[in-house]
Design a protein around this ligand. Structure first.
Ligand code: DX5
Ligand code: ZN
Length: 220
């Protein structure tokens, strides 16, 4: 299986010290920046948009993994690519013409992925899997950081890994929500390889050491 990646969620960063927190991620064992975009419609919360992403990009030395929690994301793909997105994931539940939206992401020069809410059946991925660089499985209800991990996710990762293997693909499986040093190894065992961690990293006393531990546990 491919190497395990850690993507700290900038939703939990200190926005008053965005450059400092971006540089902390640069200097850590993290692989990507996870960027949560929320519109107050698809999810009940509003986070940040293009200017903040551009500000992070200005200092980031690692790829930006942009998770769009917005209705009709096809309206903004080119703009997100322009401000520096490297990977863009869209929710299955947010766009009617998913296939077209994925093509749009790739045409904009980014890697494309699909996100599923915690109870959206995996079977919706069957035909579109070959188009995806990555599938993001939500392990919480999207909208807020700091929520408790939902255990149903283990079974979903296992089933999705089986579906990916059956098609002879090497699609990444990213997990988002409530990831900590307590569950990351079990998530790897289930078949995940990419891990978002927000509050566990940024609310810890030593974020760089916390990221180092997550990365070591995931690759052990
Ligand atoms: C929530 C976001 C997550 C969030 C994770 O909708 O998609 O990326 O930042 O935060 P933690 O790691 O605190 O659960
Ligand atoms: Zn996210």
């Amino acid at each position: 299986m491919s190497s395990k990646l850690i993507a700290p969620s900038m939703l939990a960063a200190d926005f008053g010290n965005l450059q400092r927190d971006t540089e902390m991620v640069n200097n850590s064992d993290a692989d990507w920046f996870h960027i949560d975009v929320m519109d107050g419609h698809f999810v009940p919360n509003i986070s940040y948009g293009m200017p903040v992403i551009a500000a992070i990009k200005k200092h980031a030395t690692k790829p930006l993994d942009v998770h769009l929690m917005i209705e009709k994301p096809e309206r903004y793909i080119e703009e997100f690519a322009k401000v520096g997105a490297d990977i863009i994931t869209v929710h299955y539940e947010s766009t009617v013409h998913l296939h077209r939206t994925l093509r749009q992401i790739k045409d904009a020069g980014c890697k494309a992925g699909i996100v599923l809410n915690i109870t959206t059946p995996l079977t919706v991925l069957q035909d579109i899997l070959p188009e995806c660089y990555m599938i993001l499985l939500m392990s919480i209800n999207p909208g807020f950081g700091g929520q408790k991990f939902e255990a149903i996710t283990y079974k979903r990762i296992k089933n999705l890994r089986q579906m990916i293997d059956d098609q002879g693909l090497d699609t990444r499986i990213e997990v988002d929500g409530g990831v900590t040093d307590q569950n990351i190894q079990k998530l790897v065992e289930a078949g995940a390889d990419t891990f978002v961690a927000g509050s566990h990293v940024f609310k810890s006393d030593a974020p760089i050491a916390t990221i180092k531990t997550l990365k070591a546990l995931a690759n052990s």
